[in-house]
Write a new protein. Structure first.
Length: 472
């Protein structure tokens, strides 16, 4: 029987990295790995013996999707045990375990133990999904979690080769010491831990040696990075400065930043041409009253200040942000302040989503609930604003040449066309379809492209592609 392992990842890029890292352990053990998840209309997959579902708990919708996908995998992969891990598994293990006897729940803070599963699976002969799930529950998954803050375990799931992504990532920080009133992530992932600086440098060098041209730094809270270096501890800014000094030939993208991270020193470091001109800022609201209720550590003026400083540091960078609409007590006036902040910062992308009460958080008990219909309307207003801003931003780059990393290549069916279409991500985070002739770049290769036009229909529909470009 074909022993195939299926991975499904829900939620953030950090989960994607951890899933790809865990998948590498299975590949190295000789198993066939797929991330092609079945749909409701697909046939039964007889050869899958293990499904790994990496869950998210950021919203109720994310949890509902996780439960729905787990049930679908139980149906479509009838000969498979199902390992459920991630943040939702950390907070609701019993609820997830109740979905089926073939399920083994691995709390998110023990996710590193996925690295030990391939060896156990190889020894499971004859294989029974029920027995294997029970064995995992009784042995490997039953051990007490290590003490929080153990960096060695938090960063065990790391790889320098990726099954799906052409642009590599390095997880440099996990967990969070803040207690934002709406967020359960600090409970699910634990206290902040950081990858030592020397190990960050070593991993980046390995990625460059393997042919990578860009690395994305992923974190839960980048402002809390404190990496050990020669007996001292460096914050993210000093770590990045050292990395720029000790490596070459590879560029760096920062997945998300907090306003308090941005100061003169940070702007000096990110002005280097090897730091991508793309900044995704964790904002959440433009109302100081709501930010205080959220227990955030900054105010609206800090967001505006950080954007203004970064615009001086980089030429026409791409700015994105996260916004929660409909937080308890958010009035129309509060929402207007959020819209004003987005206009002042001229965000080219807004990840807007309605407030979702997380059990056990302070916000879940707050009064003055905002009706869901009102929250959805506010999300739609933010999204419509962001669509137009992205189109305007791309138009500002028409005819300009930017660096990009090729992702996928699709050769045309007609040989006479003498062209190929490549998907690529530019240095300022535009997802482009690129027409090229003859020499078709491989995934992960750095290329130079000229921006032709925004793909307005694609942007308005929420599809991934933003612009049309041509290789130069």
């Amino acid at each position: 029987m074909d022993s195939q392992i299926l991975f499904e990842t829900l939620g953030c890029r950090l989960n994607q990295i951890e899933s790809e890292s865990a998948a590498r352990f299975f590949c190295d053990a000789g198993f066939s790995v797929t991330m092609d998840v079945p749909s409701a209309s697909d046939p039964v997959r007889e050869g899958v013996i293990l499904c790994v579902v990496n869950t998210c708990t950021v919203t109720q919708k994310a949890e509902q999707k996780a439960r729905r996908e787990i049930r679908l995998l139980l149906e479509k992969c009838p000969h498979s045990a199902v390992v459920v891990t991630g943040c939702y598994a950390q907070l609701a293990a019993a609820e997830l375990a109740a979905l089926g006897e073939r399920i083994a729940v691995l709390p998110g803070q023990c996710k590193d133990r996925l690295a030990d599963v391939p060896a156990l699976l190889k020894c499971a002969d004859p294989f029974s999904p029920q027995d294997f799930a029970a064995s995992l529950r009784a042995t490997l998954f039953a051990r007490p979690a290590a003490k929080q803050g153990t960096a060695e375990l938090s960063f065990r799931l790391a790889t320098d080769t990726f099954l799906v992504h052409s642009r590599s990532s390095v997880k440099i920080q996990d967990g969070c010491n803040n207690s934002c009133s709406y967020c359960a992530i600090h409970v699910a992932r634990g206290h902040s831990v950081s990858l030592p600086v020397r190990e960050v440098i070593d991993r980046v060098r390995m990625l460059r040696a393997s042919g990578q041209h860009e690395v994305v730094f992923t974190t839960v809270n980048i402002a809390q990075y404190r990496g050990e270096y020669d007996g001292a501890y460096l914050d993210f800014t000093d770590m990045l400065a050292l990395l720029l000094k000790e490596t070459s030939g590879i560029s760096f993208r920062i997945s998300s930043i907090y306003p308090e991270l941005v100061d003169d020193r940070f702007c000096e470091v990110v002005s280097d041409s090897r730091v991508r001109p793309h900044f995704h800022i964790s904002v959440q609201s433009g109302s100081d009253k709501i930010l205080a209720a959220m227990n955030r550590t900054y105010r609206a003026a800090d967001v505006v200040r950080s954007v203004e400083m970064l615009r001086r540091a980089k030429e026409n960078p791409f700015f994105a942000c996260d916004i929660i609409a409909g937080f308890p007590g958010e009035t129309e006036g509060d929402f207007l302040r959020t819209m004003e902040l987005c206009r002042a910062c001229n965000f080219a992308y807004i990840h807007a989503f309605p407030f979702s009460a997380r059990p056990g958080t302070a916000a879940a008990a707050m009064k003055q609930k905002v009706p869901q219909a009102v929250a959805r309307r506010r999300v739609n207003q933010l999204s419509e604003f962001a669509v137009q801003n992205k189109i305007t931003y791309i138009n500002s780059y028409r005819g300009k040449i930017v660096r990009a990393v090729a992702e996928t290549a699709k050769h045309p069916p007609v040989p006479a066309a003498d062209t190929a279409v490549v998907n690529a991500v530019t240095e300022n985070f535009l997802h482009c379809t690129v027409k090229c002739r003859r020499n078709v770049p491989s995934p992960g290769e750095e290329i130079c492209v000229r921006i032709v036009r925004p793909l307005e229909e694609s942007i308005r529909s929420g599809a991934e592609l933003d612009a049309e470009a041509e290789i130069v």
